[in-house]
Write a protein that binds this ligand. Structure first.
Ligand SMILES: Cc1ncc(COP(=O)(O)O)c(C=O)c1O
Length: 427
């Protein structure tokens, strides 16, 4: 094993046992080109780095690129594998502001990823390997299968998502308690596909379940996919990330937070996300060691995330109008949520056709057709009603984030009509 990896593992101590074999081998190449480049940073003549500069020392960038962005030419330089420090510092402060329970808790500096998918992949590579079980609710974002099963070779073990209209924390506990070694628990609130976020009661049960399994000696890596963070539309819902709870829950619990600009700041193509770590008793040195593992993984996969994207995000967060604009866009989605709630309440005749799954947040909601094959409903919705939906795990997922208020009544009555067609008219 590389000496730098050994050094990081030694710093991590018992937490290193939670890493996959690849995670244990991972290190950030502080030596080599990067280390030598860093040492030469203040040199008058610096011939180390693979970028190009003009005769006057400014970044050598063509106007046909630079002229498009309104950003300075420096935004075309590499951002580095950890990401731009001012952005990381800003995001860390924002994490505390958005999750007041994090105040005073120790957690790593976020490492910039090429948005959340890449963060999930890094978490997978650092912690999941053949023989490991990744525990997730059975209503999950389908990319988890590709990442954790196909790439990492781990086994995805799902548990029942809902019981009596609430999150089935007891089913989660049973899955975590199953024999075998360490478990990787993936939680995603607000959830894709259901649009559900744990209520305060759910959150209490989830945290208590993880704590009691960890207290029996099981090591648990809790991966929090916070892609839709902040988009909560009901009172009584746990709007903060559960990262705040898991950050110092138990020595056997390692929390990994994945978040970023994509969904919560409505910049899907920007590709700027973050991976952040915390565990009970972690020292600054240990958190930096885990961040170095993540940055090493970034280096090995994409070298570094888009510098332009990172500069844009930083400028937006520093903009005095950011909070107002964010509230304005949140209100657009919340209004649609409210309309859907009213539609479902007023159309009692739909109740025998489909059952809405619990939802209170995010971009989506799901309905379960009654006595009609969901895939047949989806097809008919396209062919007869020019209405596109997604079928997942026997549910029809409706992305209300994409549908104007005006079209929502037609969307839901089309779903009802398509189910009726299939049930009564044998279409
Ligand atoms: C639950 C969840 N996590 C992560 C992602 C990926 O986000 P990104 O586009 O930032 O990679 C998505 C995208 O649909 C998602 O629904």
């Amino acid at each position: 094993m590389n000496a730098l990896a050994e050094k990081l593992n030694a710093a991590l101590g018992p937490v290193a046992e939670m890493l996959s074999p690849a995670g244990r081998r991972m290190y950030f190449p502080y030596g080599g080109i990067l280390g030598q480049g860093a040492e030469a940073k203040s040199c008058g003549i610096n011939a180390t780095i693979g970028m190009a500069f003009e005769e006057d020392g400014s970044p050598l960038v063509m106007d046909c690129f630079a002229g498009q962005t309104g950003l300075g030419r420096k935004s075309f330089l590499y951002a580095g594998s950890f990401g731009l420090m001012p952005l990381r510092e800003t995001w860390k402060k924002m994490q505390v502001k958005k999750n007041p329970s994090l105040r005073g808790k120790r957690f790593s500096m976020p490492v910039v990823t090429n948005a959340l998918t890449h963060g999930l992949r890094i978490a997978g590579e650092l912690f999941a390997a053949p023989g490991d079980e990744v525990v997730a609710p059975d209503l999950y974002w389908d990319n988890y299968s590709l990442i954790f099963e196909e790439v990492c070779g781990a086994k995805l073990c799902t548990f029942n998502t809902f019981r009596a209209g609430a999150f089935d924390a007891a089913a989660m506990k049973r899955a975590l308690s199953a024999p075998g070694g360490k478990k990787i628990l993936v939680l995603n609130f607000p959830n894709n596909p259901t649009g559900y976020t744990a209520t305060f009661d759910d959150a209490r049960k989830i945290v208590a379940a993880v704590k009691s399994v960890a207290a029996k000696g099981k090591k648990i890596v809790v991966v929090l996919d916070d892609a839709y963070f902040g988009l909560v539309y009901e009172k009584g819902v746990h709007a903060e990330s559960l990262f705040s709870e898991f950050a110092d829950l138990h020595e056997n619990v390692l929390a990994v937070k994945l978040d970023g600009t994509t969904k919560e700041d409505y910049v899907w193509g920007l590709r700027v996300g973050f991976i952040t770590f915390a565990w009970k008793g972690a020292s600054d040195e240990q958190l930096a060691a885990m961040a170095a593992k993540a940055a090493g993984d970034v280096r090995s996969g994409i070298s570094n995330a888009s510098s332009i994207g990172q500069h844009m995000a930083l400028n937006a967060y520093n903009s005095l109008d950011y909070s107002r604009q964010k509230r304005e866009k949140y209100a657009v989605l919340k209004k649609r949520y409210g309309i859907i709630r009213r539609l479902l309440a007023s159309h009692r005749e739909w109740r025998e056709l489909f059952e809405p799954m619990p939802f209170n947040s995010g971009y989506f909601m799901c309905v379960k057709p009654k006595r009609a094959d969901p895939e047949a409903v989806r097809r008919l919705l396209i062919e007869k009603y020019s209405t596109g939906t997604i079928v997942l795990s026997g549910l029809i997922r409706i992305a209300f984030s994409t549908i104007s208020c005006e079209k929502l009544p037609a969307l839901f009555s089309n779903v009802a009509d398509a189910i009726r067609d299939i049930r009564y008219r044998g279409v």
